[in-house]
Design a protein around this ligand. Structure first.
Ligand SMILES: C[S@@+](CC[C@H](N)C(=O)[O-])C[C@H]1O[C@@H](n2cnc3c(N)ncnc32)[C@H](O)[C@@H]1O
Length: 211
């Protein structure tokens, strides 16, 4: 695994996490075991093209690149400019196409950055439990449009969100990641990652279904 965290990038993520809670969904970047489980789920060694949604300051971006082939491509979509800038500053790799923009516009932005055709894997760290329902539907529609028929969608969700989430816009609630993904994919598997703060599940989903 790569060097854990660049202090300036970590601080930027922490600050943005506090000031834009619903968007960032955590003040702490994912840690070692969660990062490994996400990267394992992406079949990165075999992929020609991977999309990463919500890369933050790159804790998964670097290990993904380390596993990817030399002529593969990784497109990241980050909505927060200071966080995106830290990603660009700290992760230098010619295979990386770091895009500042919302995952909702995935297909258009990929085309604008020269990529046509399906992608092999989508690795998402988006805090779906806090993203407004209409936005997360648009994101998942865009994912279904770009993911190859045999491709894989990897998403993590914190264990507690099933019963407890706090959104600054919508207050307290809960979010069922498993049900959310089961409604959109033919096959969904789940792996627990207890050694993360907070503990998380990593979901691997295949067979995107048109809604
Ligand atoms: C929970 S953080 C994950 C960051 C990092 N991948 C990690 O695991 O530590 C979620 C990230 O998604 C970004 N984000 C939120 N909504 C987004 C959207 N619609 N499109 C792209 N990025 C988004 C946030 O700014 C934040 O950096």
């Amino acid at each position: 695994m790569s060097r854990p965290y660049d202090p300036r990038a970590f601080w930027t993520f922490f600050k943005q996490g506090f000031s834009k809670w619903d968007q960032t969904a955590s003040p702490l970047p994912s840690q070692r075991f969660l990062v490994r489980a996400m990267v394992d789920g992406a079949d990165a060694e075999r992929a020609r093209t991977i999309v990463e949604l919500g890369p933050g300051v790159g804790v998964m971006t670097k290990p993904l690149l380390a596993r990817m082939q030399r002529d593969a491509k990784l497109f990241t979509f980050e909505i927060d400019e200071p966080i995106h800038d830290e990603l660009v500053r700290t992760v230098r790799d010619p295979r990386l196409h770091a895009i500042l923009g919302s995952a909702e516009h995935l297909k258009t932005l990929l085309a604008e950055h020269g990529h046509e055709g399906p992608v092999d894997a989508v690795v998402s760290s988006l805090g779906m439990s806090l993203i407004p329902p209409e936005v997360r539907d648009r994101i998942m529609d865009a994912v279904a449009e770009v993911l190859a028929p045999g491709g894989v969608y990897v998403q993590f969700g914190y264990v507690h969100t099933r019963h407890f989430v706090y959104s600054t816009a919508r207050g307290f609630g809960g979010f069922d990641y498993h049900g959310f993904l089961k409604a959109r994919f033919d096959r969904v598997t789940r792996r627990a990652v207890p050694l993360n703060v907070p503990p998380a599940y990593v979901y691997q989903a295949r067979g995107p279904r048109a809604r």
